[in-house]
Structures are given as structure tokens and as C-alpha cells.
Design a protein around this ligand. Sequence first.
Ligand code: GLN
Ligand code: ZN
Length: 759
Amino acid sequence: MVTTHNLGFPRIGARRELKFAQEAFWKGQITEEELQITGTDLRRQHWHSQRNLDRVPVGDFSFYDQVLDMSFTLGNLPKRVKETGGSTLDRYFRVARGRSGQEFSCCGVQAGEMTKWFDTNYHYIVPEFQRDTRFRLNADRLVEQIAEARAQGLSPKPVIIGPVTYLWLGKAKDESDRLTLLESLLPVYSELLDLLADHSVDWVQVDEPALVTDLDADWRHAFSLAYHHLKASTPKLLVTTYFGELRENLQLACELPVAGLHLDAISARQEVARVADWLLPHKQLSLGVINGRNIWRTDLEETLDWLEPVHEKLGNRLWLAPSCSLLHVPVDLASEETLDPEIRSWLAFAIQKLDELNILATALNHGRTAVRKQLAESAAAVSSRKTSEQVHNPSVRARTADISPALGQRRSPYPERTTAQQQKLGLPCFPTTTIGSFPQTRDIRQARLQFRKGELTEAAYTQRIREEVRHCIAEQEALGLDVLVHGEAERNDMVEYFGEQLAGYAFSQFGWVQSYGSRCVKPPILFGDISRPRAMTVEWIRYAQSLTEKPLKGMLTGPVTILNWSFVRDDQPRRESCQQLALAIREEVLDLEAAGVGIIQIDEAALREGLPLRKSDWNEYLDWAIQAFRIAANGVRDETQIHTHMCYSQFNDIIEAIARMDADVITIETSRSDMELLDAFRGFQYPNSIGPGVYDIHSPNIPDSEQIRSLMVKAAERIPAERLWVNPDCGLKTRQWEEVIPALRSMVAAARGLREGVQ
Ligand code: GLN
Ligand code: ZN
């Protein structure tokens, strides 16, 4: 018999119960005890949904983040939090977000740094290390939850982050090498495993996804060292890898002295046979056969076609699981009532994915006939998706087949364009602008909600947004900004807004996934060929332009960002979906230009997020991603100025690719790193204009103009002054007007001061 298990279940709840409980606790509306009860209830429900599995994960539930949980299990709290009062949970939230419940500002501490979990949109709290970091076991959480799962009659498999990946995910706060901590960390892991054995745990899932990344010799050696140390412990270890191929780490992973290995057979299918060959006969092989990162139903028959021979070879040594934790998918498709029934029949959320897993296991254990009906259903869904007219649009296909490199090419090189643009726009030097959005006030969100519920007519809603646009333009004129924006009041979200207007997109009601802490996103579902039935933004931009003599910048989201923040179809390469998006955005760009809009910004906030885990795969991604941007942007005349915006400061390693986008102006985050980003320009002459963000919009602090001025002076040491713009580092939608006005006033004053310096 094959063994079925799961690496992790989404923790937020089918109705985001966890989010609401967390936020209520932070606001002081519920007690810690009440929050704990919500946690217990959610875990019970989640295990109930997983009751058909041979083993259920324990320890995957988290009140904020599983990496932070591991830091607490290992007693690795930052010093600044250790001495603070309250409960363990209070300290936990202080690391997570700077403060626990309703605390006076006196008790706040600096929150832990947050960063992306591998190549997903989940963010974890980065463990902090120092030369003198000491670890101390606290396994209470795990031990309690093991008992809870047992009380439900289930067989618990605790989930922990392995020692090497734990160090790999963290950051040394001094100059020390965090690998030197391995020696003192391992005894704590041994202690943990012994304790789990005392609680009759036979298998422990030890997550080591660092094995799918580029590792140098020291890190590879750390793996051997760590597992030789842990091999004496009683419970059997299942080392889990996911999100990619093992490649040059394959042999290392297979040879670790552990009882089992999990391989992501979705992203590393071609390694299955080799791993099955290599693994010593006493080891178990767990295969991730259901995609844990998308929302598509599995082609069960196709899976069985390759899986049956592996089963034949491995017999009882074969375990089956989703490819990775189901943290990255929504909970339950059964909640969805408004999706088109045909599209709905192609989807599987976490609960449906576990059903699929059980069908596969039954087919292996008892033959396909035992699940004939379920296989037929799966096959019908697969074939309907393959042939549906909702998915396949021959005219879109014809247009993408016609794409030539010329489509991504501006008519003239930058120096000629900039002269034409300057003649038309007549901007001062150090021109000032913003990134697009202005505060999304409560009032606007309320109006949108009323409109969606049918309590506000479309005309009344449009009127309300128009007022907001008018207000936004008036404020920008009063501030004396040079290039204005309409403020994006009509947009709930920079991707969803476009997705809703494109053919080929669908939307779920409850398809939430955790991004970090209590923050969830509901990615739109890109299921079919993409086309743009009608202009999406032109009316708003035209209206805004009619209110001012100043140049107005039209705002779009770029194809790569739309792609990276959606659930994307898996029946064609991402590159092709991106091309289709690029053609749709290109049409919008050309419509804006035809409507007299002289400056168009195409945001690629998420371009860097799409970078593959392995550096050797970067170029392939960057080639098609940059080409998609160029197709979207570069059909315009010389005098039309193209801007783009990116949200991250580490772009030194992709600066040349960014230059290839050939945007006339790029605005980019830099303020938090004190213009460190500009180091990228030491070795590389960025050819076009750039607006390094001069203040951090994520903070409520108001910058003074002297601060801004000195940042710009620094920038001018690297980039010629005539190619510099002055702007905040991201959109202002999360801020209040009371913060935005004085901050922008400082910014405009700083730009004016700089201009005087130049004359
Ligand atoms: N134009 C968008 C805004 O201003 C950009 C947001 C982003 O970069 N994430 O909100
Ligand atoms: Zn941004």
C-alpha cells in the first residue's frame, strides 16, 4: 500500500477566520484565550478535512508564519524582544509586526525583516543571527498539537524546518557567518527529535527546500554534517524538498542518512526516475504528484501513466503527497457559487487536491477500476479544458504568432526621443511626479462596496470617483507637481482591475491565500487566451487630463506583473500567456496615446519576483519578460514618454535587463536603503532617465526637504542631473491625505532647491 500524507494545509480558514481573529486580537477586541480558541478550532477543521490521509501534518498551523514558529521552537528570539513582558504570544507578535495587542507605543519594538519564501508570494519573518546566538528548545506548541491531532484519531506527522534551511533562510546581524552556528544548533534539533520520540512520534517531516537552490560547497557540506549528526535520533526523518529540481544536489539529497525523501514531482518530474534508482532500498520516497501551487485539477490518468511504473518498482516504499504545502492555494472550491460552471469544473483547491491524492492512491493500491468513475470525471474536465472555446481564441493565437522583434522596438533611440519629448512637455529639470495612486480613503472603499452590492448605481459610483479624481488633481496643482496622475481611485487592486476587464480571466469569491501575517490576496485566475474587449482606462485618464493644463501620466499595470500576481493556466508556457497580456496592454497604450495622453506609465512592480530560483534560469525568464514589456510599451511615437515603476531596491544584479526595457523613465524604490541601489550605477551606465524614490511611503513619517535634497545630491553623483526625476518610492494608496500633502510639499521644495543649484 502507498502512504498518503500532506506537507501542510492552508491555515487562514475557508472564510479567513484566522485573519479576523488576529486583527481583532491586535486591536484589543478579543483576548489571547479567544484567539487560541480560534486556532484550535481551525486546526480541528483542517485535520478533519485531511482525515482520509494516512498521516496529517502537525505544526503547519501558525499564528503568523511557520519560520517565526521555528525560531520560537529553537528559542531564537531577537534580543530586543527577549526582555519584553507579556506572554510568549505577545513576544511572538512583537517580532512579527513590532507590537502585540493594543500596546502603547512604548512597548513597540522593531519588527523582524520580512522576505519572500523562495519564489512564492508568501513572505516569512527572517531569523536573526549573531555570533553569540544560543538556541534553546521550546517544543510546547508541537507537543500540544500532536495531542490534539491524536485526540481526533489521526496519525500526526510533525513538520519542522530543517537545520540547514533554517540557517539558510536567516541573516547574520553582525558580520559573522551563520553557518558557524550549525554546531550549536544541531544538539537542539536532536533534543527536539528525542522529545518527539518520547511522544511516540515515528515520522518527522523535515523541510529542506534549500536543496533546490544554488548551494556552494560549504552549504552542501552542512547538509551532510547535519544529517549525520541527526541520524542517531529515534524518529524517522522525511527530508522534504519542493519548488524545483535538485539538479547538482540530487546525489547529496539521496545520500543523506535519513529514512525518506520527498521530491516535488511537479517541478522535478524528470528527476523522479533517477531518485527512485539512487535511493537505497530501505528508504521511502515521497512524491509530490499534485501541484500545490496552482488551482488546476490534475490530469489523473496522465499522472497514473508515469506513476504506475514507479509504484511497481518501489511498492510500499512509495508515499504520495501534494508537491509542497497547500499554503499557497485557497481552501475549498465548494464555497464558490458564482464561478462559471465550466471553468469551475477545471479547478481544485486544497480540499479537492487532497481528494485527488486519495484517488491516485486508490488507483495504485487497487487498480484504476476501483476509481473508474472519478478518473472518468477527471478526464472529462481535462478534455473540456483542452477544447473549450472559453479557453482557445484563434484570433489571439494568430496575433501572438505574428509577433516579431520589431514590435518591441521604439522608432528612435533614447537621445532622439528625449529631445522630442522635452519639446512637447517642456518640463523643468528635476521634474516631480508620484507613482500613481493617492490615498484610497475609507469613503472610496465604501462607495465601491456599495456599488458592488448594488446599493449605489453605476452613474452615482462614477460620479463619486470623478469627484475624487478632481480633488486629486486640484491637490497636485496646489502642491506644484510637474507631472500629475489621476490617483487610481477607481482601482481596488492594480492587477484585479485589469483582470476584470480582460477576456480570459475569472474571479473567485473566496480564493484567498496568505501573503504574510493577516494579509491575504485573492489572485485572479488566468484561464484562457487573453484579449481586451474594450479600452480599460482611457475614459478616466481623459477626464483627468481635461481638468489640468499640466501633463498627465496615464497608469497601467504591465504584463509581467499581471502574470506574476495571477493564478496562471498551466496548459501553455507562462511566456505565452505573458505575450498575450503584452498585446492587450499594448492596445491600451496606443489608445491612450491616441486620446492625447503624452506620458504613460506601465508598472512592473513584480518583475523581479518572477526570477527563477536558480541563477542559470534567470536569463531565459528575463528575455521573455523584458520582451513582453517592450511589446506592451514600445509601439508609441517618439514624443510619447514611457515610464515604468518597480518596487524593490535589490536590482543591482538585473540592472542590464532593466535597461533593455528601454523605458524613457524608470521610478524605483531606494529611499530605505539610503540610495544604496545607486551602487548599481557605478559599473553600469544606465542610459535613460530615472527617478530614485526619495522617501519611504511605507512609513507614516514625513520627510523634510533637506533629507530629500541630500538623497538627490547623492543620486546626482552617479546619474547626470538632466536625467533625474524626483518622486516617492511607491504609490500613496495606503497613506492618509494628512501625511501625503506635507510629504509631497517637502519633495517639491527639495526639487525647487535643486533647480536653483543647477542654474
Ligand atoms: N501605480 C501603482 C500605485 O501607485 C504602483 C503600485 C506598486 O508599485 N505596487 O499604487
Ligand atoms: Zn511600487
